[in-house]
Design a protein around this ligand. Structure first.
Ligand code: 13P
Ligand code: SF4
Length: 297
């Protein structure tokens, strides 16, 4: 199957992009594996005709928004992100009426319609920078209350939080941190900013998946506790065979991210199934929000 995928990929000038939470065998065959920000940059810049996006729906959607002339496919159409469905374009319209002077920042984990309605997108690796790049003194941050409250700590702006959350990260508690500290004394705990505010406050490092991987790879320390989805163990262990990584909690897994199979990737290449299609007017508006984000240095 892997050989067939490689052959077809070449014949069709296709590229496979995968998120760090994808199953190991998918990360192993991908041309590029990254966090949400690097993947959207890659989707915008790569010169393939076809992008097979191994991730959840909003990620493949972002690739199509940024590369409308490419065929973008998602191996498993039902791989969604529950947090992305927690806010709607109607919510944004309502919030704008309540806070007329505020700029709307939408986490990239959101629908195309929400991206079309906001002022600028952000990811977990640039949320603070994006919030501070805006001229407005007031921000509406959707949908993730945890990432929003993390960004709030690094700005003088008033940040109005929404009620969304990631079910995978939001269930982590300070008790998990205490347990990990007791089990691994002196070992640094690295968490994703989608974790609750008190968990983030109790951790030693906060960052996106790529930032967690970079931090532990560049550190002289030999052991780390990882507070994000366990898919990151694959790149972490591959890059750092001499280091040890412990998961902050059991079953730290995103079921949607694990829906992608090699069979589905091959089927995309063979049959062109699951192509992402977006209404052009909405795409153009959503594209402006994503491009604004990519322009922030
Ligand atoms: P990253 O921005 O770290 O890729 O995170 C995406 C995500 O969905 C985290 O749950
Ligand atoms: Fe969505 Fe959470 Fe899964 Fe990330 S880990 S894709 S935010 S459900």
């Amino acid at each position: 199957m892997i050989e067939k995928i490689a052959k077809l990929k070449k014949e069709k000038n296709a590229v496979i992009l995968a998120h760090f939470y994808q199953p190991n065998e998918i990360q192993a065959i991908a041309d590029f594996v990254g966090d949400s920000l690097d993947l959207s940059r890659k989707a915008a810049d790569c010169d393939a005709d076809i992008i097979i996006f191994c991730g959840v729906h909003f990620m493949a959607g972002s690739a199509k928004i940024l590369s409308p002339d490419k065929t973008v496919m998602i191996p498993e159409m039902n791989a969604g992100c529950p947090m992305a469905d927690m806010v709607t374009a109607e919510d944004i319209k309502r919030l704008r009426k309540e806070h007329p002077d505020a700029a709307v920042v939408a986490y990239i984990n959101s629908s195309v319609e929400v991206k079309a309605e906001c002022d600028i997108c952000c990811t977990s690796s640039n949320a603070i920078k994006i919030v501070n790049s805006l001229p407005n003194d007031e921000i509406i941050f959707v949908p993730d209350k945890n990432l929003g409250s993390y960004a709030q700590q690094f700005t003088d702006k008033k940040v109005n939080l929404f009620s969304g959350y990631c079910p995978v990260h939001n269930r982590i508690t300070v008790a998990d941190i205490e347990k990990a500290r007791a089990a691994h004394p002196g070992v640094e705990i690295l968490v994703h900013p989608e974790c609750p505010e008190d968990v983030v406050a109790a951790a030693d490092f906060v960052g996106s998946t790529a930032q967690i991987i970079d931090y532990s790879s560049n550190s002289d320390k030999k052991e780390f506790v990882i507070g994000t989805e366990y898919g990151v163990l694959y790149p972490l262990e591959k890059k750092n065979p001499d280091k040890k990584f412990y998961m902050l909690a059991e079953n730290f897994t995103c079921a949607n991210m694990k829906k992608t199979t090699l069979e589905d990737v091959l089927e995309c290449l063979e049959t062109g199934k699951n192509e992402i299609e977006i209404d052009e007017e909405i795409r153009r508006k959503a594209s402006a929000s994503l491009l604004r984000m990519l322009e922030v240095k």
